[in-house]
Ligand binder design. Structure first.
Ligand code: AMP
Ligand code: MG
Length: 351
C-alpha cells in the first residue's frame, strides 16, 4: 500500500485539501495517522467494525486491547454511552478538550470489536487543532490508539509514525506539535468510585478537585502484587519498549551516577553499545556511553515530552543497553515512571 504523507503548513488552502483527503479516507473505511496533544493516533471510523479491524492489523495489536474513541463535541458522548454519569459531565466540562479519556457504559452502536468485547467504551475529546478539525470535517467518531507498532514506544514525531506505519496505512498527517508526549489519563467511571486505569497529564489530584474521591488502579505501577491484573487491558502487555535492554537505576543521585558509570564501563568493555538516559543536571557526570538528555529533573513535563523520542533514538543508533535515571513521580511524572517501568520490563536496580 502507498501511504500518502502530508504536512500541515501555514497555507490554509493546502491544509483544506489535506483534511478533505483524510476525511474521504476515513469515511471509506481507511486508516489515517494524525497528531494529538498527547501522541500521534492511528485513526479509523469507530462505528465501522471492518475499518477498526485494520487498526489491529496495521499495529499488530492484540484484539482484546480496546481502542479509544475520539470525539469533537460533548453531544457525541450521548451517542456513544448509555449512561453519561454526573461525574462524566463534570469531568468533560473541566478537562475537555484535553488529555483525559473516560470509560463509560457503551451503547449498542459501538462495535464489540473496538471495546475488546467489554460493555464499556473509552472516549476522549482531544484539544489538538488538527485532531479536532479532522473529527469535525470527517463527521466520524475516530477510534485511535497510538500510531506505533504494538509494544514499541508511542510516536511523538511524524518520523516515528513513518518508521512504523509507512506502507501499512492510507495516510499520515504530519504536524510535529505534539506537546505532552505521553498518552492520556484513563479514568473508569463505570465503577462506584472513579478509578484511574492509566496515569497521564491529568493527575488524581486534578480529578479529585472536580469529582471528589478518585482511586488509582493498584496495577498501575505494576510492581504491587503478583497476579494483580490491570483493568485497562492494554496495560498488561509489554509496552513502550525499545529494542535495547532498558534498566532503570534508582537511588540517591551520586550513587545512581556511579552505578550507571560502572555498568556502562562493563558493557563497553564487553563490546556493547550503551545509551544513558540523562538529564540537564547530570549529563556532565557520566564518563562513557552515548548520553542523551531527556529533560530537566526539575520539570517532569520536559521528561514526558522527550521520553519516547529518546528511546527511539537509542534504537536508531543501535544501542544494546540503555541505563536510565529514575524521575520524580510528581504531576505528569507518575505517567513518565509508569511508562518507563513498563518499557524496562520492570528491570530496576536500587542503589
Ligand atoms: P492506546 O490508544 O494505544 O493508548 O491504548 C488505549 C488504552 O485504553 C489501552 O490501555 C486500553 O486497554 C484502554 N482502554 C480502552 N478502552 C477501554 C475500556 N473500555 N476499559 C478499560 N480500558 C480501556
Ligand atoms: Mg498505545
Amino acid at each position: 500500500m502507498d501511504t500518502i504523507i502530508e504536512k500541515i503548513t501555514e497555507d490554509d488552502h493546502k491544509n483544506s485539501s489535506i483534511y478533505q483527503k483524510a476525511s474521504e479516507i476515513l469515511k471509506a473505511g481507511g486508516l489515517v495517522a494524525f497528531p494529538t496533544e498527547t501522541v500521534y493516533g492511528l485513526g479509523a471510523d469507530a462505528l465501522d467494525a471492518d475499518a477498526s479491524a485494520k487498526i489491529y492489523a496495521a499495529k499488530g495489536r492484540p484484539s482484546d486491547n480496546p481502542l479509544i474513541v475520539h470525539i469533537a463535541d460533548t453531544d457525541a458522548l450521548y451517542e456513544l454511552s448509555s449512561n453519561v454519569t454526573e461525574e462524566a459531565k463534570k469531568l468533560a466540562k473541566a478537562f475537555w478538550p484535553g488529555p483525559l479519556t473516560m470509560i463509560l457504559p457503551k451503547k449498542e452502536v459501538v462495535p464489540d470489536s473496538i471495546t475488546g468485547g467489554l460493555g464499556t467504551v473509552a472516549i476522549r475529546m482531544p484539544s489538538h487543532p488538527v485532531a479536532a478539525r479532522l473529527i469535525r470535517e470527517s463527521g466520524v467518531y475516530i477510534a485511535a490508539p497510538s500510531a506505533n507498532t504494538s509494544g514499541k514506544p508511542s510516536p511523538t514525531k511524524a518520523e516515528h509514525v513513518i518508521h512504523d506505519m509507512n506502507g501499512r496505512i492510507d495516510m499520515i498527517i504530519e504536524d510535529d506539535t505534539v506537546d505532552i508526549g505521553v498518552e492520556s489519563t484513563i479514568v473508569d467511571l463505570s465503577e462506584q468510585v472513579p478509578t484511574i486505569l492509566r496515569p497521564g497529564y491529568i493527575t488524581k489530584q486534578m480529578l479529585e478537585e472536580v469529582v471528589g474521591e478518585v482511586r488509582i488502579d493498584p496495577a498501575i505501577m505494576g510492581s504491587v502484587k503478583e497476579g494483580v491484573v490491570p483493568k485497562a487491558p492494554g496495560m498488561k502487555y509489554k509496552h513502550y519498549a525499545p529494542d535495547a535492554q532498558l534498566t532503570i537505576v534508582e537511588g540517591t543521585l551520586p550513587k545512581v551516577i556511579e552505578k550507571v558509570n560502572n555498568l556502562t564501563k562493563e558493557k563497553e568493555a564487553a563490546g556493547y553499545k550503551v545509551g544513558i538516559m540523562a538529564t540537564q543536571e547530570t549529563k556532565d557526570q557520566y564518563t562513557g556511553g552515548i548520553i542523551k538528555v531527556v529533560g530537566s529533573r526539575e520539570s517532569e513535563k520536559t521528561v514526558a515530552h522527550n521520553l519516547y523520542a529518546a528511546l527511539r533514538e537509542f534504537d536508531q543508533m543501535g544501542v544494546q543497553y540503555i541505563y536510565s535515571e529514575s524521575f520524580s513521580t510528581n504531576n505528569v511524572g507518575q505517567a513518565v515512571m509508569n511508562r518507563l517501568i513498563k518499557a524496562a520490563g520492570h528491570t530496576i536496580i536500587h542503589v
